[in-house]
Design a protein around this ligand. Structure first.
Ligand SMILES: *Cc1c(COP(=O)(O)O)cnc(C)c1O
Length: 405
């Protein structure tokens, strides 16, 4: 059985330990929700203040060129491209993950004329399903979304694009990108990966694994701040004839010609669409730079160990059913079912242990290896044990479900 001293020794030997001080985390909090909203990098407030007061405040509109705002979506996108193992020149920052899904699903359907199906899995993140559904209803012409439990066996020659979330948001289980991409290609379909719970959390090699299209979040493991802009990536082979369903002026080959007709910028640049959110992009870049400093093999190793300790310690707590894989198909979170999960999570949060609850009965704990300590896993499970033993979760204050937690 693991004890606290063993975990403290792991912290003492942890090559990533210095990254903890690069974040601002409140005293008395164990933060296990970095998979939903990443923590605040220490350098972010100063960088954002600099962009506001110096770049915007003194350069005004000249800042688009003087401070490189005009290239920010490409510059930060290129850095994210390195994190996800995409080919150079295939990744940009733009819009939200939901909007980018719409853009790339539309482009995928345009690239596979004669095929009508977007294939996905039943347990996918709701926005992915909703966006796909809205797009097919807009297109009509027999387009459809098929959501099934095992999409790989459902692949056929009507599938234009297989849309999957690489790491499941509930269970933390990870798909095998290479073999699934191969299976999609074998029937002539494209594959679109949602990397929202993967980027910054697990090793990714989009180009090597044959991913055609990808989207992902900036505010989760990338620590880009609330509502940070998202990214999208298009493999070089698809860039030449990329027909996006949203054609905006900043995706034009020459936006400042103000021509009446749309002519797409070369490659993925067309997907910028409109004016990028410069302040949010500046904050995101700080988070991405920090992530690029940390070696992914060390992050992965630590994240697996954090999860392993969490699962092992929870085995001694009756009533919690783990839904996270114990093997290396686990990404960087652990989750458990419990019929009183909501109230229990509220009681935990009141104790300063911040995880989250996902309906109907799931307690979810994100394990961000950049700033989490091994002993915090011990302390979090100890707090949970205490809450169960004392019955503190039965307090009336924890029973009433709020819209946002
Ligand atoms: C978090 C998340 C999103 C979020 O989409 P937004 O447009 O940023 O709200 C989308 N897909 C998945 C799989 C996610 O985990």
């Amino acid at each position: 059985m693991i004890d606290r001293a063993t975990l403290a020794a792991r912290d003492a030997a942890d090559p990533l330990a210095p990254f903890r001080d690069r974040f601002t985390l409140p005293e008395g909090v164990i933060y296990l929700d970095g998979n939903s909203l990443g923590a605040l990098p220490r350098a972010t407030p100063e960088r954002v203040a600099q962009v506001v007061t110096q770049e915007w405040g003194t350069s005004l509109i000249r800042a688009w060129n003087a401070h490189g705002w005009i290239d920010l979506a490409q510059r930060v996108g290129e850095k994210i491209g390195r994190l996800i193992g995409a080919a150079p020149g295939s990744t940009i920052v733009a819009d939200s993950t939901s909007i980018n899904l719409f853009k790339l699903l539309g482009a995928a359907l345009a690239a596979r004329p004669g095929r009508h199906t977007i294939l996905t899995e039943t347990g996918n993140f709701p926005t992915d399903l909703y966006v796909a559904d809205g797009l097919t209803r807009l297109l009509g012409r027999g387009h459809q979304v098929r959501a099934v439990d095992d999409p790989v066996v459902a692949l056929d020659d009507d599938v234009a694009v297989l849309m999957l979330t690489h790491v499941n948001y509930r269970t933390g289980a990870m798909h095998d990108m290479a073999s699934i991409s191969r299976a999609a290609h074998a029937v002539g379909a494209l594959v679109l990966w949602d990397l929202s719970h993967s980027v910054g959390a697990v090793p990714l090699a989009l180009a090597a694994d044959g991913a055609d299209l990808a989207v992902g979040c900036g505010y989760k493991f990338l620590n880009g701040g609330p509502g940070a802009p998202a990214f999208l990536s298009v493999s070089p082979a698809l860039q030449a004839d990329l027909r996006l369903p949203i054609t905006g002026w900043l995706g034009h080959a020459a936006p400042f010609d103000f021509a009446p007709d749309f002519r797409p910028a070369g490659g993925v640049a067309a997907a910028v669409v409109g004016t990028p959110p410069v302040l949010s992009l500046a904050a995101l870049e700080v988070g991405v730079d920090l992530m690029l400093e940390a070696p992914m093999p060390a992050l992965r190793e630590k994240s697996l160990r954090l999860g392993e300790s969490f699962l092992a310690l929870m085995d001694a707590l009756p009533g919690f059913v783990p839904i996270t894989p114990r093997d290396t198909t686990r990404a960087s979170q652990v989750a458990f079912r419990h019929p009183d999960g909501y109230a229990i999570m509220q009681a935990l949060i009141a104790r300063g242990v911040i995880g989250d609850f996902r309906a109907p009965d799931i307690l979810r704990f994100g394990l961000a290896p950049l700033y989490l300590r091994h002993v915090e896993v011990w302390d979090a499970v100890a707090a949970l044990r205490d809450i169960m033993r004392s019955g503190a979760w039965q307090d009336a204050a924890f029973q009433h479900r709020q819209a946002v937690t």
